[in-house]
Design a protein around this ligand. Structure first.
Ligand SMILES: [Mn+2]
Length: 290
């Protein structure tokens, strides 16, 4: 009797211009050899290799959907929605990421769909989004209440919905819908500096989620960061993005929000005060315990 095939699907997201992390993720998948691999957005920005990340992902010939950073950089490249102080050092890493992207990169990013229903033979369809089904910037993790999540899932037929965006893994059930958030490949915020992704296996009539965490050498990334010019202009934002890699904790947005609340400028002096005053919350627990 031949062994029955078990459908497997890998989902990678939040590469964020980090090729060493993408390489580590793909090397892990070489061993696992899933039936299908899907890239769930945020290929660009934050890290120093936005152009290479687009070129690399496009060359793999996989199914890809867009993330909020992908669509944002396309808009910024067109000169749309540029923030105040766009020429200031705070925006240097984002400006550089936009400048790195070629017309071909931008056209490719612009053509990405926002969601994908994945169908594998012998398994139920599974919906892949970047944030939630209604918005790429709406995470489906511990910060969204069941009521809001139910609204975000309105009209979704698939029983399993997979998102990313919040850079830490999460899993929850809403009625008979199974909602999974996968960890980030290039820029995790769950206190684990490894490259992370989601592996899904169809077992006993349901998609089972396995959180994967793959160690890799971060030094080449830091070298690229220094040599790429991203740290020129003494940019506090670029420094925070690197700090996020070293700590696997969110730093850039919390500082920005903290400074805005207090009406402080986004400068080094403010950053020093932020580091002194801020008590880091513990990373989200994983795996979930009862
Ligand atoms: Mn992201």
């Amino acid at each position: 009797m031949s062994e029955r095939h078990t459908p497997t699907l890998a989902i990678i997201a939040d590469i964020h211009g980090n090729i060493p992390a993408l390489d580590a993720t793909l090397a892990d998948l070489e061993r696992i050899r899933p039936d299908r691999v899907v890239i769930a957005g945020d290929i660009v920005n934050r890290g120093p290799q936005s152009h290479l990340a687009v070129e690399r992902v496009a060359s793999l010939g996989l199914d890809v959907i867009s993330g909020n950073h992908d669509t944002w950089l396309v808009r910024l490249a067109r000169g749309e929605g540029r923030p105040g102080g766009w020429e200031s050092s705070w925006w240097t890493p984002v400006r550089r990421a936009v400048e790195e992207l070629t017309p071909d990169d931008l056209a490719w990013l612009n053509a990405l769909p926002p969601r994908l229903s994945v169908t594998l033979p012998g398994a139920e369809p599974l919906l892949v989004v970047h944030g939630s089904p209604r918005h790429a910037r709406e995470g489906m993790g511990r910060r969204i209440y069941d009521e809001q999540l139910a609204e975000a899932l309105a009209g979704v037929e698939e029983r399993t919905v997979v998102g990313a965006h919040i850079h830490y893994p999460w899993e929850r059930w809403l009625g008979d819908q199974h909602v999974v958030v996968i960890g980030a490949s290039g820029c995790p915020f769950n206190g684990d500096i490894n490259a992370q992704y989601g592996l899904f296996t169809w077992e006993d009539g349901a998609w089972r989620f396995e959180h994967r965490s793959v160690p890799y050498d971060h030094e080449p990334l830091y070298t690229i960061w220094s040599e790429s010019g991203y740290l020129d202009d003494n940019s506090v934002a670029a420094e925070l993005m690197m700090l996020e890699h070293r700590t696997a904790r969110t730093q850039y947005v919390p500082f920005w929000e903290w400074a805005e609340e207090r009406g402080l400028p986004l400068t080094r002096a403010s950053l020093e005060r932020f580091h002194a005053e801020r008590t880091l919350a513990p990373p989200p627990p994983w795996p979930l315990t009862a």
